[in-house]
Write a protein that binds this ligand. Sequence first.
Ligand code: SF4
Length: 144
Amino acid sequence: MLDLVFVSASGKTVIIDWKVTKGLGDYRQQMLVYALAVTRSTSWQSVGPDYVELYEVNLLKDDVRRHGITREMLDEAEDFAYGSLFELQALIDGRTYEDLDLNEFEIPEKPIICQYCTLAPLCTRLLIEAGRPEAAAVIQGRLF
Ligand code: SF4
């Protein structure tokens, strides 16, 4: 979800994403997906990448990072978004949540994926309920 979007005095559409993490993360891809959404949205003036500014603002570290944006980067972000959607559809194979078996799904190999996942509390509870306390413990160990 976009944290803040506004049109600056210079006419540029500014996208700000607040972060409250202590560790380092790479949010470039996430920010570019936000930019893609804004440039495609009918709620905003039709803008190209030259008229969008992306800022990642870490409130805990007092750090402001500006991400560059080009047409090619937006195309890559679109490929990433569609690729992720197709992977998700292939995983669930048209089934509803009620039909899914959590035991079919492995946890990611890369700890950083869980570290920044907003679903981690729900995920660990469901894993414990599904009889996978070891997997839940691995995820909890990744969070701190
Ligand atoms: S916390 Fe759970 S839902 Fe989130 S990335 Fe890790 S395994 Fe996936």
